[in-house]
Design a protein around this ligand. Structure first.
Ligand SMILES: Nc1ncnc2c1ncn2[C@@H]1O[C@H](COP(=O)(O)OP(=O)(O)OP(=O)(O)O)[C@@H](O)[C@H]1O
Ligand SMILES: [Mg+2]
Length: 551
């Protein structure tokens, strides 16, 4: 059939002006490169001897961390394929809380290994199929080698937390902090239908710079970063009956301008008296119900504070909404939004509510709550940055302990499980036909990036280490891994470097999915961006306050 006459010679445009499109190998190569670059960026942070990164955001705020997910989040990555790698870290963090760096590094390596195959003309869909089979086999092998433990075995939980913190800035104090993390999770674990469940929201984490990491404490209750509002109030109440309010204790201002005509001092007096009575009534409604502590989400004016102090009610105002929810859960009270509805049953209970001085600030502690399943960790540390990184590390520790409590299976670390899985995959590959076998083989090699990187980061020769590791795994030493402190191959189980099985499984799952997704793309179509206006020239003195910009 002849070409449509109108189209002859004219290009057919299906995309908007300014849009760009890249297809085939070119697109694939660009995506693979971008994903590998992301992996490369976090690689040096892996393991106890990994380095930290210093990230500076648009406002000049500095974050120092070795947490894979945080690094990628703060890096503000633009490339679409690279962003998919950031998502790997995020999924890993959401699902199990640790192993984010490993997941990204393994995903990058899977993609790199796949590129070798693509260059040998193996079609991406064949690679993806092979990878999927390899991932299934890997998960099966991990299940097989996993060690069954008891959900509430604190010494194991503590060791798992210590491994998670071994690679962080807080490593030196990990013994102390791991104990806190394990105790906190054991405190909030609940048995539901024969299985332990942990809601991480039950563990409140507050931080305050000052003192040192060893001053970090586990509190059986809740900590509010707020002080008692009035100096005349008691700072300590035992057997606290806690009122939780979500309404302001002040006379509402009218929304429109109103004029009052006052003609005599008596009228003035009456007017002020009226306001005072209203506030006093509000306070009476709380005091009548026998409350001796009030925690309010909104404001409380001076007059109300005065009355509350007179009634002996310890009061905290402007508490965070999330804290109010936690308080309600912990004290068994109810957050009331309208004072008229406030009833005695709405009161919560705690053995002790007390304001304490922490560093230069005052904080309010609610301890011995009705619901024993509420704990708080108050993190202390030399500087703001240390406290922030400690918070991230404690988050990882809490997550891994939760993982083991919920699924009581562990593996040893240091690259041992990755090597054991690689060994199983290589055997499995021999049973597969042609090209799929190649993909499984490459998958196995990709996993070896974990021990290789651990040794590289520890300044060891990765080739020597890897060949020794392979040999020892061949001999049946399942837990032979990289002992980065002893600078040699060692039994990681004996060294008690323990990790949750859940983390290792999730690494395989998220890395395989991301790699497959990136490999499957052969066409990148990007809509044209509107051009940003030129930056106005700076006025004299470097500010914008000088002459108006000339365009
Ligand atoms: N003492 C140790 N000797 C050898 N390897 C160790 C030791 N402690 C931890 N590891 C290993 O270090 C790796 C974890 O490193 P790291 O915590 O930096 O990364 P991640 O857990 O993958 O990511 P992130 O913690 O950033 O989410 C694991 O493979 C773990 O087995
Ligand atoms: Mg970790």
């Amino acid at each position: 059939m002849a070409a449509t006459p109108e189209l002859a010679g004219t290009p057919v445009l299906i995309l908007k002006e300014g849009a760009s499109r890249e297809r085939g190998r070119g697109a694939q190569h660009a995506n693979i490169m971008a994903a590998r670059l992301v992996a490369e960026a976090v690689k040096s942070a892996l393991g106890p001897k990994g380095m930290d990164k210093m990230l500076v955001d648009n406002f000049g705020d500095v974050t120092i961390t070795s947490d894979g997910h945080t690094i990628l989040k703060e890096m503000d990555i633009q490339h679409p394929a690279a962003k998919m790698m950031v998502e790997v870290a995020k999924t890993q963090d959401d699902e199990v809380g640790d192993g984010t760096t490993t997941a990204v590094v393994v995903a990058g390596e899977l993609i790199g290994q796949a590129e070798d195959l693509v260059e040998k003309n193996v079609h991406p869909t064949v690679i993806i199929d092979g990878y999927r089979k390899a991932a299934d086999k890997a998960l099966e092998t991990l299940e097989k080698i996993a060690i069954l433990v008891k959900s509430k075995d604190k010494s194991v939980l503590k060791k798992v937390a210590m491994t998670a913190m071994a690679s962080k800035l807080v490593a030196e104090n990990r013994d102390y902090l791991a104990d806190i993390a394990a105790s906190a999770i054991l405190h909030v674990a609940q048995k539901v239908e024969g299985q332990y469940k942990v809601d991480l929201d039950d563990v409140m984490v507050e931080k305050k710079a000052g003192e040192s990491l060893t001053a970090t404490k586990l509190i059986e209750g809740i900590v509010l970063d707020k002080e008692v509002v009035h100096p005349g109030m008691s700072k300590r109440i035992e057997n606290a009956k806690v009122a939780l309010l979500d309404c302001a204790l002040e006379v509402e201002k009218t929304e429109f301008d109103a004029k009052l005509n006052i003609e005599s001092p008596d009228q003035m007096e009456a007017f002020l008296q009226q306001e005072e009575t209203m506030i006093e009534d509000m306070v009476k409604k709380i005091a009548e119900k026998d409350a001796n502590v009030l925690i309010c989400q909104k404001g409380i004016d001076d007059l109300a504070q005065h009355f509350l102090a007179r009634k002996g009610i310890l009061t905290v105002r402007r508490a965070k909404k999330s804290d109010m929810e936690k308080l309600a859960k912990a004290t068994g009270g109810k957050v009331v939004t309208n004072l008229d509805d406030f009833a005695t049953e709405d009161l919560g209970y705690a053995k002790l509510v007390e304001e304490r001085k922490i560093g230069d600030d005052k904080m309010t502690f609610v301890e011995g709550c009705k619901n024993p399943r509420s704990v708080a960790i108050l993190i202390r540390g030399g500087t703001e940055r240390i406290v922030e990184e400690a918070e991230r590390s404690i988050h990882d520790a809490l997550c891994v302990v939760r993982d083991v409590v919920q699924e009581p299976k562990i593996v040893a670390g240091g690259g041992a499980p990755e090597l054991e899985v690689a060994k199983a995959l290589k055997e499995y590959a021999d049973t597969l036909p042609g090209r799929e076998a190649l993909a499984v083989q490459q998958f196995a090699e990709a996993l070896e990036v974990v021990p290789t990187t651990l040794s590289e980061n520890a300044g060891l020769d990765p080739i020597d280490i890897l060949s020794e590791l392979r040999a020892r795994h061949e001999k049946g030493e399942v837990w032979a891994g990289v002992d980065v402190h002893g600078s040699k191959v060692n039994d990681m189980k004996k060294l008690e470097v323990l990790e949750p099985l859940a983390v290792k499984k999730q690494i395989i799952k998220s890395a395989t999915e991301a790699a497959s997704m990136i490999l499957k793309i052969d066409d990148v179509i990007a809509s044209g961006k509107t051009k940003a206006p030129p930056t106005p020239p700076m006025g004299p003195g470097g500010g914008y306050g000088g002459m108006p910009p000339q365009y």
